[in-house]
Design a protein around this ligand. Structure first.
Ligand code: FES
Length: 119
């Protein structure tokens, strides 16, 4: 593997969200770590009601860029996503996504499954 492929970090860009990160944010994440852990470590207080075992869908995000870089969702993740608010083709559970690739762009849904966040 060449050095060009051996990136030490993945750039994560989070689009603005009224409650969780009003100005948006960007940070370098550690490939191989759960996306939810990297979000939490960098000040994005995303819900994770099942403690990150893929059983609640409150950690739902939209992977607006970079989805092709990470492993695709498994059947269990797909099943949980069915209950997520605002589901679309780029929906993922951030506790099921392992950080990978040069850049990921994340949009946080306005609402979570647990609470209808006020706008
Ligand atoms: S934290 Fe529950 S599904 Fe991700």
């Amino acid at each position: 593997m060449s050095d060009a492929h051996a990136r030490a970090t993945t750039r994560v860009r989070v689009l603005p969200h009224a409650q969780l990160c009003p100005a948006g944010t960007e940070f370098d994440a550690q490939p191989g770590r759960k996306l939810v852990d990297e979000l939490l470590a960098h000040g994005v207080a995303i819900e994770h009601a099942c403690e990150k075992v893929g059983a609640c869908a409150t950690c739902h995000v939209h992977l607006r860029q970079g989805a092709e870089l990470v492993a695709p969702p498994g059947d269990d993740e797909e099943d949980q996503l069915d209950g997520a608010w605002g589901l679309d083709a780029q929906s993922r559970l951030s506790c099921c996504v392992r950080v990978k690739g040069a850049e990921l762009v994340i949009e946080l849904p306005r609402f979570s499954r647990n609470h209808a966040r006020e706008k």
